[in-house]
Design a protein around this ligand. Structure first.
Ligand code: SAM
Length: 197
């Protein structure tokens, strides 16, 4: 069954010229929860190779901007679009808006960041949560009031406890596992709307 899912989304990604099948996860999230507006400025953490950037910039009527950050070398083929600005940086290296060359906070923060996995469940869960904690340590500086946040996480009780505390900073929080996620994967997304700032 997992192979069927893989084939379907893999083929669909090829057909739509997406750089990764991950685009369909964001598409499902956005279709269901309407997180991205036409004029939004989006910060995409762990953007590489860039299928989320492709999805957002290809949204009908999208006139906003996308800033992508990843530890991997900049994907030059995407960076040529004037609404897209990409950086080869770790999230740990962005401390202020100037580090990603913007003057105003973002309306949307997306994080599809994934740690290097070891295959040891508890270690991978901790690494995933550490990345999510880093995202939350930045939102006061980077997310505008009323903004939305989407973060990927590997399932764990610690993650649930962390989100339970953090949800107070937003109007609404939901958990979502897109259909396009591989069956074997332990990941899901936490979606936060309406940052109270
Ligand atoms: C699943 S991929 C993202 C796929 C992307 N959303 C797309 O649609 O093409 C996860 C990315 O997280 C990045 N990453 C991991 N740790 C990071 C960090 N500390 N700072 C920035 N990016 C990181 C990895 O380099 C990797 O490219």
């Amino acid at each position: 069954m997992s192979f069927k899912v893989k084939d379907h989304y893999f083929n669909l990604a090829k057909k739509k010229n997406y750089l990764a099948r991950s685009a369909f996860k964001l598409e499902e999230i956005n279709n269901k929860y309407k997180i991205i507006g036409k004029n939004d400025h989006v910060l995409d953490l762990g953007y590489f190779p860039g299928s989320w950037v492709q999805y957002v910039s290809g949204l009908k009527g999208f006139k906003g901007k996308i800033t992508g950050v990843d530890i991997q070398a900049v994907n030059e083929s995407l960076g040529r679009n004037e609404n897209i600005n990409l950086f080869e940086k770790s999230i740990e290296d962005i401390h202020e808006l100037a580090d990603v060359e913007v003057a105003k906070k973002f309306n949307i923060i997306l994080s599809d960041m994934a740690p290097k996995t070891t295959g040891i469940k508890s270690v991978d869960q901790l690494r995933s949560l550490a990345l999510v904690e880093l995202v939350f340590s930045k939102i006061d500086l980077f997310l505008a009031k009323g903004g939305n946040l989407v973060v990927k996480i590997f399932e764990s009780q610690d993650a649930q406890n962390f989100f339970k505390t953090e949800q107070k900073r937003f109007e609404k929080m939901v958990f979502f596992r897109p259909k396009s996620t591989r069956k074997v994967s332990k990941e899901y997304f936490a979606i936060f709307k309406g940052f109270k700032a």
